[in-house]
Design a protein around this ligand. Structure first.
Ligand code: HEC
Length: 227
């Protein structure tokens, strides 16, 4: 067998497959087997709430039509916003999956090729230990940029206009238009549109590097009136 080059290559191939299976499959399974998978409700954080409430202020009618109005009293209102936001994340993720965004966008920053300088901190396994990562959206190829740190990079209205027609903001973009996420105009996102924006703003919102983090802490946006 070893007289032939192909025999050596076969053994080497099997060997490297085994190593990859160990390090990328078995080791993470053993590391995380006792850590419970987080539910969407546990993934709602201050940064995301900032964005979600911003959607409510920016698109009050669309928001109300999609999700209803929050109760007035504070504790109930908080609970309502958190639950609605968690539900929106689930819907947003299913839109992301259904529209095939993952054909063109990865959600995994590798520790090679200076990817962290382009997109932000290298991805860690623990970030994938939750409901919204089942199955993980690592992606198939990278026609567009990696999105796992997309949250807070652009404003909600930028995202809305870009989903409506990417070329309005990015000349020559090959990304398709998604007019069915809107009731006619880019300032009228429907439920699926709002949910997708919330989902995109969630990506990386758990990191300190999230751009709006400090603004949120300082601005007390929780007290802003929602209609
Ligand atoms: C045909 C490939 C393709 C598909 C499908 C696609 N995109 Fe894109 N996307 C791109 C490319 C290329 C860019 C960079 C140019 C631009 O900004 O439009 C981009 C840019 C983006 C950006 C802006 C990133 C930034 O901050 O610069 C976001 C967010 C985004 N896409 C989300 C999505 C979502 C969500 C979907 C599914 C609804 C989707 N894309 C589908 C190719 C694609």
């Amino acid at each position: 067998m070893f007289e032939k080059k192909s025999g050596v290559l076969l053994i080497a191939g099997l060997f490297f497959f085994g190593i990859a299976f160990l390090s990328n499959g078995l080791v993470p399974i053993l590391m995380y087997r006792n850590i419970p998978e987080k539910k969407a409700e546990e993934l709602v954080n201050g940064n995301l709430r900032y964005q979600f409430e911003d959607l409510a202020r920016r698109y009050p009618e669309s928001f109300k039509a999609a999700f209803g109005s929050p109760p007035e009293e504070t504790p109930k209102r908080e609970a309502w916003l958190n639950q609605t936001c968690a539900d929106a994340l689930r819907v947003g993720r299913s839109v992301y999956v259904g529209e095939g965004c993952w054909h063109c966008h990865s959600q995994f920053i590798r520790p090679v090729s200076n990817e962290d300088r382009r997109w932000g901190p290298v991805s860690k396994t623990e970030e994938y230990q939750n409901e919204l990562q089942r199955p993980v959206m690592f992606g198939t190829r990278r026609v567009g940029p990696d999105l796992c740190r997309e949250g807070g990079r652009r404003s909600n209205d930028w995202q809305a206009v870009h989903f409506f027609q990417p070329t309005l903001l990015s000349e020559g973009s090959p990304m398709p238009d998604y007019p069915w996420l809107f009731d006619g105009a880019p300032d009228k996102p429907n439920k699926r549109g709002l949910a997708l924006i919330a989902y995109v703003q969630w990506l990386g919102s758990w990191l300190e590097s999230y751009p709006y983090y400090k603004d949120y802490q300082a601005s007390n946006v929780k007290d802003v009136e929602l209609k």
